[in-house]
Design a binder for this molecule. Structure first.
Ligand code: PLP
Length: 433
């Protein structure tokens, strides 16, 4: 049998009901610990010679189904489920940056990620070099040096919906022995598979489109499994320790513990063990449930997004629309090359009015929810400069290109005509016909 297509794999991969009392749904293993049976089995479990639960801080069977399904969907070697998208991003970058160094990053990112890169990781000796000319692959290469640990970017940037030539950027990074980490939250692997474009690790907020119902905070990290980490740049991946010993008591390193996926090994064996943050079983269950309908949800949302963009492009009161399929977008070429199913269900617009009018416009909407999440069944709207990116100092806000009048829309599953009529009445009420 050939490889399953995405829609089938999103429902079936990584789960064998015969190992779970024939339960059709992956059961919610709501337990802290697991019986170890006897002292020989416990030894096999602790050395990784046998898979199975020990304690839910370091692994849970419901989360394991999600991890296996996601690794399979992405074409990766291994995955880890964490308690949030920010845990996925920060743990991955702190691990790769262990001992200090620099990260070369695109300069328009999810607000919390951009602020963590700009200031928080500095406390751990990791400095970020933001690429000003973020559309130019050569600009990334210019900032890479012997201390660069990661090139970091988003496949569809939030909230400006910028697309980058990740194939070219990854080629440049790989010439210097540097792995590429891509936040694929907005695209999801249904629309874009970063590993097919040169990325080495993907990070996700599964809170968003993957879960899709706005009811869970969750994160995922997936490792492709063929990046040749050099010992000189990443010495800690080669450090043998007693903690990772095998059945014969030989100390091992992360590269030996999960061959091909030392980052996932490090995240599971050090970060979730010492810092916590593994995804709980109930959150894993909800994420699996959401994932199973991802393709139908995104297909419908992309149709709706196209209609809303077409409407807004012509609407008085709208200065501009940022979406790769909008007229005159600088990203239309990359959208047609890399996103045949469409470049996601998120867009932003420039509101042509005062701050007071913008507030009145948001208050006048009935079919849009005003809050900071994205990827919900509901259509959501937010003014990023005062919400998702409000913690960024002015220079970072302008580097990331988040003007005060930017309204980000995350398209939901409502009827498109209801959404258009709602926008229309709100524009008319606040700005006139
Ligand atoms: C929301 C989001 C995150 C952070 O995820 P949480 O689950 O909220 O921690 C990271 N990246 C992007 C692109 C996001 O939209």
């Amino acid at each position: 049998m050939g490889e399953r297509s995405f829609s089938t794999a999103a429902i079936r991969d990584g789960y064998d009901s015969s190992k779970h009392f024939y339960s059709v749904n992956p059961p919610i293993y709501q337990t802290a610990g697991f019986d170890l049976e006897d002292i020989d089995r416990t030894r096999r479990l602790w050395t990784g010679a046998e898979g199975g639960g020990i304690y839910s801080r370091v692994g849970n069977p419901t989360a394991a189904v999600l991890e296996e399904r996601f690794a399979s969907l992405e074409g990766g070697k291994a995955a880890v489920a964490l308690s949030s998208g920010m845990a996925a991003i920060s743990y991955t970058l702190l691990l790769l940056g262990e001992g200090g160094g620099n990260i070369v990053a695109a300069s328009s990112l999810y607000g919390a990620a951009q602020l963590a890169l700009a200031s928080f990781y500095r406390k751990f000796g990791i400095e970020t070099r933001f690429v000003q000319e973020r559309n130019d692959p050569a600009a990334y290469e210019k900032l890479i040096d012997d201390d660069t640990k990661v090139v970091y970017l988003e496949s569809i940037s939030n909230p400006n919906i910028e697309l980058y030539d990740i194939d070219a950027i990854a080629n440049a990074a790989h010439r210097h022995g540097v792995p590429v980490v891509v936040d694929n939250t907005v695209a999801t692997p249904y629309l874009y598979k970063p590993f097919e474009h040169g990325a080495d690790i993907t990070v996700y907020s599964a809170t968003k489109e993957i879960n899709g119902h706005g009811n869970t905070i969750a994160g995922l990290v997936v490792e492709k499994g063929d990046f040749p980490y050099e010992e000189k740049r990443f010495p800690y991946l080669y450090e043998k320790t007693w903690k990772l010993r095998d059945l014969k008591d030989h100390p091992r390193s992360p590269v030996e513990f999960i061959p091909g996926a030392p980052v996932i090994a490090g995240l599971k064996l050090y970060y979730t063990e010492f810092l916590g943050g593994a995804l709980g079983s109930f959150e894993s269950f909800l994420t699996l449930q959401g994932l199973s309908t991802l393709p139908v949800r995104l297909d419908k949302k992309i149709q709706t997004t196209r209609r809303l963009v077409e409407y807004l492009e012509k609407r008085k009161g709208v200065q501009w629309v940022r979406y790769p399929l909008a007229e005159g977008s600088a990203y239309s070429r990359l959208a047609s090359r890399d996103f045949p199913k469409g470049p996601g269900a998120l867009f932003s617009l420039g509101f042509d009015g005062t701050r007071e009018q913008l507030g009145e416009f948001i208050r006048s909407l009935h079919n849009f929810s005003y809050h900071v999440n994205i990827g919900d069944v509901r259509t959501l709207i937010t003014n990023c400069a005062e919400n998702t990116h409000t913690e960024l100092p002015e220079d970072l806000q302008s580097l990331a290109d988040i003007p005060q009048n930017l309204l980000r829309v995350s398209v939901g599953l409502e009827d498109v005509q209801d959404l258009i009529e709602d926008l229309d009445q709100a524009f008319t009420k606040v700005l006139g016909g």
